[in-house]
Design a protein around this ligand. Sequence first.
Ligand SMILES: Cc1cc2nc3c(=O)[nH]c(=O)nc-3n(C[C@H](O)[C@H](O)[C@H](O)COP(=O)(O)OP(=O)(O)OC[C@H]3O[C@@H](n4cnc5c(N)ncnc54)[C@H](O)[C@@H]3O)c2cc1C
Length: 444
Amino acid sequence: MQDTTIAVVGDGFGSLMVYSTAVYVGFRRDQLAIYGNAETAVATYGGYAGNLGQTVLRSESESHFLPADWPTFAQLNAWARRSPAPLVRSVARRYNPGVPEILAEAVTVERRLGWGERHVPTKVGWIRRQLDPIPHFVLYDEQAAPLGRAKHVALAVGHGPLTFPRVLAETRENPVLADRIVQAYEPKTYTPGGRYVVIGAGIASVNEWANALEAGAKVISLLRNPAPEEQDLNTPRCFFEAYGIDAYQELGFEQRVAFLGKILKGTSPSRKGWIEIVREGIDEDRFDQLIGEIDELKAGPAGLQIHVGSRHGPAPGWLDVTGVVCGTGFTRSALAIPVVRRLVDEYGLPVQDGRLVLRSNCGVPGLDRADSRLCVMGLLANTVVPHGDTIAGLKYIARRFVADCSEAEQLRRRRLPSRFAMQLSLAGDAVRAIRATRESEQIT
Ligand SMILES: Cc1cc2nc3c(=O)[nH]c(=O)nc-3n(C[C@H](O)[C@H](O)[C@H](O)COP(=O)(O)OP(=O)(O)OC[C@H]3O[C@@H](n4cnc5c(N)ncnc54)[C@H](O)[C@@H]3O)c2cc1C
């Protein structure tokens, strides 16, 4: 059992944001604990991004891991590369941090501030509220053995499990065919000359069109609806600013969910790089698009035979394909995450359309108190902070949470010169780490 002031349940990007912000404002490292079984704070995101072949972030320069926002990521990169190009792009809002560069910064912050020493490599199974002798939480592992106590808890457990359309989920149970059906976020290889169906037209699917075409395979893009929305980021840029968040928070819960449903549905990036690859694929007769849904599937000469039905015109019928890649993403229901489901069951927490109903500070109603906070981050929080599941959104929530904890604890805050020195020294180390990476190509 370890007693800490703050515990983060989950050990991804969100945990690093809470940890670095807490150290920056003046919490001692031994007042903090991070629970989860990932190797590092960047491992979960890095795994998904690697499987997807993501090379640059969708977000801009303000999304990064130093505790304070200045220098921006474009400034750090310009310093690292000794080139004004990132600044020029950023002024025109056309700068996207490279994945290796942003991970190099995150790992620098993680190592320098000792995240690893405060990481308890175990998943949390249960969180229980205790009021005696002072309000706090007790954390248990998945075998219900006690792990630790904390006055304040941030729940940053990331996404739920990956989703598959029903027929494909059933086929994944068949050991002979299972590995021919993968998620965009899972590891995969494309056989040159093979024929792959890519389901969906969101960012993950668009990446897979390009990955398969680049490997010399053929792509059939399968869409349920003829007209997906075209948009660069899932969340409109105006919501990355305080004004946008305030406007969003003024909506009722149902309106917020409806709004999210609209902006999160099948968005696709307008990326010159991807479009050129797809155009080349079309010219070489290696890219095709069909409207419909797979309703039957069996083994076939190319690996799989799929039947595609359609509600929007003539059905494409039976096709021979090598494999199917689903860009269908993650289960959005909070109840698919075991530790959340148990909290909901045990404390009767309000849930609507699979989403936790939260307080405007991302607190869990009934359990969150000013003197002992229970706050959620990431996708779980996007009914309150629409871009909660982005680096900028995680930072926004982490700052509010840490500020509340520091007020509750009457923390003696780190003085301005010390904060400034810490930020500058972290920035210097981050620049050296970025310089050691290969420069990522901007793709717009
Ligand atoms: C492919 C991809 C591309 C993205 N691109 C961008 C982008 O360009 N720009 C941007 O701003 N954002 C982007 N994001 C979104 C966002 O930055 C990430 O989703 C971010 O990793 C979310 O941080 P998190 O801490 O909430 O979750 P994660 O980083 O997913 O970490 C959650 C961690 O919690 C652990 N965990 C789960 N349950 C428990 C438990 N019970 N106990 C302990 N640990 C637990 C998990 O194993 C995991 O390690 C992208 C996300 C993905 C997947």
